[in-house]
Design a protein around this ligand. Sequence first.
Ligand SMILES: [Zn+2]
Length: 311
Amino acid sequence: MCFGLFPSLRHAFLVMSLCLMVPSGLSWAASAREPLNIVVTIPVLKDLAEQVGGDHVRVTSLLSGYENEHTYSPKPSDLIAVRRARLLFEVGIGLEVWVSNLVKNAGSPSLSVITTSKGIGLVRDGHAHNGDHPEGEDNEQGNPHVWLDPENAVTMMRHITEALTQADPDHAQVYRQNQAAYLKRLDQLRTELVGRVRGLSDRRFIAHHPAWPYFARRFGFQIAGTIQSQSGSEPSALQIQNLIATIKKQKIKVVVSEIQLSQKLPDLLAKETGTRVVVLTTLPGGLPRTETYLDMLRYNVLQLANALEPA
Ligand SMILES: [Zn+2]
């Protein structure tokens, strides 16, 4: 009916414009009732986005808790998920080197990519995840494991809430209320965990991979050495010898490993020195009782505290 005869070109143009407006108006109304499609790179962002968005969002995490964020390579289903999404949340800081190609291949003009680490003060310890550009300037970006400090998770959540209220202003008030309620719970948990660590006389540990500088700084732990200096790089026999000497000399009692890594070297150190190995997770869902960010935080702090000084 839009292609009838019109008395003038101007009239025809008006009617055609109306025809174009109606379907797009209808699809807008339909999409306002549909949950907002969101893709995130790692499970911690899924949890934070769901805490804010509730029923109004449908969140897909590209990585599950069991994969290693360094060595991940996207699956064909990831491309489909990104094509469907309005928002993509990433950590940034070179953690997800594979995201930019995925977004380029998806070629979706309505997709917004939000870097949730923006504004966080970074630890520059030489640990980078940008394996594609080892010589590049990105190497100076800083350690990407920011989310293991709850203060940084607050910043990340604020970016998420901001993006949700912009993409879906109808539910802006709900998003802000959800954020406020969550931040209260996060603050309570942080106070409780800081209290647990304060009671420890020895807070030193050896880390398997350098994932813990933000976590250690927030809770008052001390990293006395690291097995891998770069992600995925095996230490030499000499480096292992030096680590064993350090552990013995300084009487370090605990090695922190991660469920996403091989336990071979931590177990070797334990055998040689009598240290305890405690396996933690950098991603929610990596271990039982770590399904949410808050559960993961509690698990990591209490397991480590108990290994350092059994209660
Ligand atoms: Zn790392």
